[in-house]
Design a protein around this ligand. Structure first.
Ligand code: G3H
Ligand code: 13P
Ligand code: ZN
Length: 317
């Protein structure tokens, strides 16, 4: 059943975070649904602009609709990840997405507000909810001076003003993470102090953490042992997810870790089976490994085992 992220956040706020997973293809879609049902978790499917263009946005839509039929017990939101204004309108008008992200975080404060406000109006008119972003992810490097690094993080006072003026339904905050497999070069960590200040000003308001892959060392080592070259890859400690959830983070975005599973499975498989040229055996291994990865991640997020609670909440509403 497709629901809005808003409904999922009402159930999760302050207790756990919902996993938001990016998908691109059939095998990821099957593994995603299986892993979430195996762990009895509600979840968010994220579709980026790049994913829409990879095959065709209609192909992704058809796969997800088919998965909804194959797995009727699943409860999930379909979310546009990092949309620009036009892609948000396309997604809103498609009638398929229950949630869109407008990412105008690279614009100045007033322009970000104006663009986000326009998208919120269009989305709410169609019952679609909106995630917006304030602050800039990525590249808070060790050599950057403290005040310089802080300038990229979300300003808690601005966050309150931004939410009030845009009417957005959730806010992606920059608290020290970045996208991809190379998040930290040294001793940087998540800025829970900044998150706590944002929650103080926006009590009960759902916050979102992007760039939250853990880039497990074991996964990186296995990829490298099978011929990969990922040197110095590092991610977010998944044991910190529950603390983030207590501070108002209800959605945690994970893409890179899924790509690492894909890379590890394929590198190892072809190394061990050089004679193979059939795509189905490896596809089966990947779907199974991806499902295991999703279920394990949901344990860390605290969303595992919450599916029936969400179903009951939706039945009452
Ligand atoms: O935040 C970005 C996501 O990891 C999506 O990546 O744009 O390459 O699909 P992508
Ligand atoms: P990762 O690159 O850490 O997986 O982050 C994904 C993300 O934020 C998608 O919006
Ligand atoms: Zn992101």
């Amino acid at each position: 059943m497709i629901v809005t992220t808003k409904k999922l956040f009402e159930a999760a706020y302050g207790k756990y975070a919902i996993g938001a997973y990016n998908i691109n293809n059939l095998e990821q879609t099957m593994g995603l649904f299986r892993g979430n049902l195996d762990s009895q978790a509600p979840f968010i499917i994220q579709i980026s602009k790049g994913a829409r263009a990879y095959t065709h946005q209609k192909m992704l839509e058809a796969m997800i609709r088919a998965a909804e039929e194959i797995f009727p017990d699943a409860i999930f939101a379909v979310h546009l990840d990092h949309g620009d204004e036009q892609t948000c309108y396309d997604a809103i008008n498609s009638g398929f997405y229950s949630s869109v992200m407008i990412d105008a975080s690279h614009e100045d404060f007033e322009t970000n507000i104006a663009i986000t406000r326009r998208v919120v109006e269009a989305a709410h008119a169609k019952g679609v909810v909106v995630e917006a972003e304030l602050g800039q992810l990525g590249g808070v490097e060790e050599h950057v001076q403290v005040s310089e690094a802080d300038a990229k993080l979300t300003d808690p006072d601005q966050a309150k003003e931004f939410v009030e003026r845009t009417g957005c339904d959730s806010l992606a905050c920059a608290i020290g993470t970045s996208h991809g497999a190379f998040k930290f070069t040294g001793n940087q960590a998540l800025r829970f102090d900044v998150l706590a200040e944002i929650q103080k000003r926006l009590p009960g308001f759902p916050l979102v953490m992007h760039g939250s892959s853990s880039v497990p060392q074991e996964e990186v080592d296995r990829i490298n042992a099978a011929g990969g070259a990922l040197k110095g890859a590092r991610g977010v400690d998944a044991n910190q997810f529950k603390r983030a959830a207590e501070l108002g983070v209800t959605k945690i975005n994970i893409d890179t870790d899924g790509r690492l599973v894909w890379t590890r499975v394929h590198r190892e498989y072809f190394l061990e089976h050089p004679e193979n040229f059939d795509l189905r055996p490896i596809g089966k291994v990947f779907m199974s490994e991806y499902a295991k990865f999703i279920a394990a991640k949901n344990e860390k997020l605290g969303s595992a085992g919450q599916l029936e609670n969400v179903r009951k909440m939706l039945a009452v509403a």
